[in-house]
Design a binder for this molecule. Structure first.
Ligand code: C2O
Ligand code: CU
Length: 519
């Protein structure tokens, strides 16, 4: 990047937008001193160490420049991969997008990944949703320094589902998750298994992957992130909202499809935006899966809510459509506490809860009818049994004057774990998040999938019917004033894990803590 030019543009931008600043991707923003870091050694493999792996790949985190909008390409940070060993379809690059390659794994595979940090600052790679050893989890305590390589090994223990990977760096000056993910460091990770394969769900051309993110661009297509001063304070409070939505790293497009059923697998990879998915013709949204894979049976909803980091698997049948018909996937209007108030967001061109299109399906040809949707889906993994004696651990989400949000009065404090953040390996617990803030918080727990036990007390009228609580989740949306209970079992791996709000600006400002699984 030409520095003098970028300084000039920043001045112009501030005069115009007031709050944003250009995303400066050139060196000079060095993040040093991730919390008390253990230094990565190239030769050692963290996690599963074995002589033989089914899959081996290189993953580079690097600066790049890609066309996103018409006109000049945008500077981004992104992942690139090379498959060294394993089935050919393990890695599919997204060459025209900043999104990382889609990584497709099978349950039971052993995987070795060499992560190369070619960025000018520390980074980590977190495999969001996967049940992996603590040292493989991409936590901020294990930063990869610029120019270094870290190798991780793990077995794919999860059932089939849509997962994702993204940066999780957090240094002495605060978190860099929001910045690095926004700059482009995120990609999809799909796990397949036999139970899912046997269901013969739409696949190949009939499986659509959709990553939803929002971004703001300056005049020459530079990405713009949080500002300083007042604007930054607002961004930190609410989370950063871009003024346009991107689908798979590009403005929403029309996809030519055929008649017949489609499986649409959606990730909310946004820093802070919540989506309310609806179909333009008013048909129900048929949800077949969530974060941790397929539901037991399909659920029809008037709309479906997707909070940051969450995934939804949606089935839609276009058998009745005629060539020429179109169907739009839309994010519909809603109110979500104080965040939804138009006034509160001031100058943002696309406030939280706005209505906008996400994708258009255009039927281009007719085909013979294919497989119907099975009435029973993922039934092999039983819900975690809980009863009146199950231990309940409560977390109060509360505001901290000018400094973001706390959990039980605590904010991120490196690897320090309080007594009530220690759990026992093998135990089943209910965690109860009580939101005493006026904003929704998507709460994420590392290293496992949980069941939602119930919710009470929220005032999420315009989202209520779209909260998918059945099935398996790693992130749950806790609405203002609401209390949500989730049940989980700490299995197989002891050590340090993290729980945090996945509004990335909340997380980066300290709404994140380590917890310890004691063996
Ligand atoms: Cu997707 Cu700790 O994060
Ligand atoms: Cu939050």
């Amino acid at each position: 990047m030409n520095r003098s030019k970028s300084v000039h543009r920043r001045t112009v931008l501030q005069a115009v937008a007031g709050t944003g600043v250009l995303l400066t991707l050139s060196p000079g923003l060095l993040l040093t001193g991730c919390d008390g870091g253990v230094k990565a050694v190239e030769s050692e493999t963290l996690g599963l160490d074995s002589d033989e792996y089914d899959v081996e790949l290189n993953l580079h985190a690097m600066p790049d420049s890609v066309p996103i909008l018409p006109g000049a390409p945008s500077e981004v940070w992104r992942y690139r991969a090379e498959l060294l060993k394993g089935p050919k379809n393990t890695v599919s690059e997204n060459p025209d997008s900043y999104l990382g390659p889609t990584i497709r794994l099978r349950h039971g595979q052993t995987v070795k990944i060499h992560i190369h940090n070619e960025l000018p600052e520390d980074t980590t790679v977190h495999w969001h949703g996967l049940h992996v050893p603590s040292d493989v989890d991409g936590q901020p305590r294990l930063p990869i320094r610029p120019g270094e390589t870290m190798t991780v090994g793990f077995e794919v223990l999860d059932r089939a589902g849509l997962f994702w990977y993204h940066s999780h760096a957090h240094g002495k000056q605060g978190g860099r998750v929001g910045f690095q993910s926004y700059a482009g460091l995120a990609g999809l990770l799909i796990v397949e298994d036999e139970e899912e394969a046997d269901l013969k769900l739409p696949s190949g051309d009939n499986e659509l992957l959709l990553v939803l993110q929002d971004r703001t661009f300056a005049g020459n297509n530079e990405l713009v992130y949080m500002g300083r001063g007042m604007g930054s304070m607002m961004d930190r409070m609410h989370g950063f909202l871009g003024d346009r939505v991107l689908a798979n790293g590009a403005p929403p497009t029309t996809r030519k499809v055929a008649t017949g059923p489609y499986r649409i697998r959606v990730l909310n990879g946004s820093n802070a935006r919540i989506y309310k998915l609806t179909w333009s013709d008013g048909r129900p949204v048929t949800v077949i899966g969530a974060d941790g894979g397929l539901l037991q049976e399909p659920e029809d909803r008037p709309y479906a809510v997707l909070a940051p980091a969450q995934r939804l698997d949606i089935w839609v049948d276009l058998s009745e459509s005629q060539p020429g018909d179109t169907l739009e996937l839309i994010s519909d209007r809603f109110q979500a506490g104080m965040m939804g108030g138009m006034g509160m967001m001031g100058s943002n061109a696309l406030p939280l809860g706005s209505r906008f299109p996400l994708a258009t399906l255009e039927v281009a040809k007719s085909v013979e009818a294919s497989e119907p949707l099975p009435a029973q889906l993922g039934v092999q993994r039983q819900k975690i049994p809980v009863n009146r004696n199950t231990r309940i651990r409560s977390f109060e989400l509360s505001p901290v004057m000018m400094r973001g949000f706390a959990m039980n009065g605590r904010r991120f404090d490196g690897t320090n774990v309080a007594d009530d953040e220690k759990v026992r390996l093998g135990d089943t617990e209910i965690w109860e998040f009580h939101n005493s803030t006026p904003m929704p918080h998507p709460m994420h727990i590392h290293g496992l999938q949980f069941n939602v036990v119930g919710r009470r007390g929220g005032n999420s009228d315009s989202l209520q019917q779209g909260l998918v609580d059945s099935g398996w989740h790693d992130t749950v949306l806790v609405m203002p004033r609401e209390t949500v209970q989730v049940a989980m079992k700490f299995e197989r791996f002891d050590g340090l894990y993290i729980y945090h709000c996945h509004n990335m600006e909340h997380e980066d400002a300290g709404m994140m803590r380590y917890f310890q699984v004691q063996g």
